[in-house]
Design a protein around this ligand. Structure first.
Ligand SMILES: Cc1cc2nc3c(=O)[nH]c(=O)nc-3n(C[C@H](O)[C@H](O)[C@H](O)COP(=O)(O)OP(=O)(O)OC[C@H]3O[C@@H](n4cnc5c(N)ncnc54)[C@H](O)[C@@H]3O)c2cc1C
Length: 388
């Protein structure tokens, strides 16, 4: 079949190096051997195997951009971006390394030294799976409206409330929970607590939610009924910093959604070029029809623009100068483009594009949520508009 680089003549990103090429090759081997062949089983059981986390940890791809002093692989954002690209190139939406890495970055950038030393090595090895619990039944975009509360006592915090839509929720060992430690203080009363799920009777995982797509990803409800968190486990050691910590770390999440989105667009194009070259109608290949050629020409142009934009974002992440506004642009614009492009590709596949045994159909159902989670695209536009 056409490879991604066959259809993208400008495939080599300026931030790639020979060392990153060989890292990419090892990640590609891993995802093709350990993730892709099990996709259908992951969808059936609604989660990946716990053993996959350990295997990912052994290869050093879970926290590729966390310093080795904390058990990470000591690479840069480019290494982690490659992991997200390679997962997108095989169409994986089950292995929740994205959320896991996000949790690790909260700890790395906002945690105390003791929190880093305790948790990062376990997240890097896959001994612990991470999740972040912000959204609640009554509060998603409007995070200030969360009601989950944590009351401090001599033995630690007691958390009460409920969270929903939590990625990695079923397998998570460590949940970064957004709570109100002082409801009277509004945003200044929000804290992030590191909750260990094992042997924590007040913590319950609800059902794995039945989603439109991404069925191999364990997205869950979580319930807290006097769930215990030790007093040492306020992220950063000081209450009331939660909102600032969220605002500081959300650009990382939004940039990686853009990274995976561009890779998905490139994959959709490669799959569709391949299909339209092979499929014949009215005595010619679909790709010889002017409409097909024009649609694919437009997609290739948009994919190239998106690639150049995300490459610049990756370079700015590497240089430490990515900002909230541009991360919001990357998240909103690329996820909108991803959904539009995949829809056009489905059209060129005809009926086969609607059959889940065809990867393009799977991509169609998996992509839709990219415009909703990580901050709905309307919220991204609000953030961008505030900079005008
Ligand atoms: C598959 C999946 C995985 C997820 N994983 C996680 C996770 O791991 N952790 C976590 O905490 N959350 C997670 N979420 C939750 C996700 O972040 C929220 O769904 C998202 O932030 C939107 O919140 P909401 O669903 O409550 O929608 P609402 O807040 O009810 O918003 C609904 C819609 O209203 C519009 N809207 C809302 N506010 C505004 C505004 N100010 N201006 C204009 N329009 C607006 C937007 O169109 C928005 O999509 C996940 C969700 C899904 C579906």
């Amino acid at each position: 079949m056409s490879t991604i680089s066959d259809v993208m003549t400008d495939a080599s990103s300026p931030w790639m190096t020979p060392e990153l090429d060989s890292f990419r090759a090892s990640v590609r081997r891993f995802v093709n051997a350990e993730v892709a062949p099990h996709a259908e089983r992951f969808r059936q059981q609604q989660h990946v195997d716990r053993a996959l986390w350990r295997k990912g940890g052994e290869l050093g791809i879970l926290l590729a951009d966390v310093p080795d002093a904390y058990g990470g692989s000591g690479g840069s954002f480019a290494h982690q971006a490659i992991v997200f690209e390679e997962l997108a190139y095989i169409g994986d939406m089950a292995f929740g390394i994205h959320v896991h890495a996000i949790v690790a970055h909260y700890i790395l950038n906002q945690g105390t030294e003791a929190q880093k030393l305790k948790y990062l090595p376990q997240l890097a090895s896959g001994a612990m799976v991470g999740a972040i619990a912000m959204s609640e039944p009554g509060a998603g975009s409007d995070l200030k409206a969360i009601r989950t509360s944590a009351q401090a006592g001599p033995d630690g915090y007691k958390i009460n409330g409920a969270k929903t839509f939590i990625s990695n929720g079923y397998l998570a060992d460590l949940v970064l929970v957004v709570v109100k430690t002082d409801p009277a203080l509004g945003a200044r009363g929000v804290s992030l607590l590191l909750l260990e799920t094992r042997d924590n009777p007040g913590f319950k995982v609800g059902r794995i939610l039945e989603k439109v797509g991404q069925k191999g990803q364990d997205t869950c409800e979580l319930f807290f009924d006097d769930a215990h968190v030790s007093l040492d486990n306020v992220l950063g050691g000081v209450e009331g910093q939660g909102f600032t910590q969220l605002m500081t770390e959300l650009p990382y999440e939004r940039t990686i959604l853009g990274v995976a989105g561009v890779a998905a667009i490139e994959r959709a194009l490669a799959l569709t070029v391949e299909h339209t070259k092979n499929r014949r109608a009215f005595g010619q290949a679909l790709i010889d029809m002017q409409n097909t050629r024009f649609v694919l020409a437009e997609i290739k142009t948009e994919a190239t623009i998106a690639r150049i934009f995300i490459d610049r974002c990756i370079e700015d992440m590497l240089a430490g100068r990515m900002d909230t506004v541009r991360a919001s642009m990357a998240k909103y614009w690329i996820s909108d483009l991803q959904c539009k492009v995949i829809d056009q590709c489905v059209q060129l596949f005809g009926g086969y594009g609607y059959m889940l045994e065809y990867p393009i159909a799977q991509m169609y159902v998996d992509a839709r949520v990219q415009r909703i989670y990580g901050g709905a695209n309307e919220i991204m536009k609000e953030i961008i508009a505030r900079s005008l």
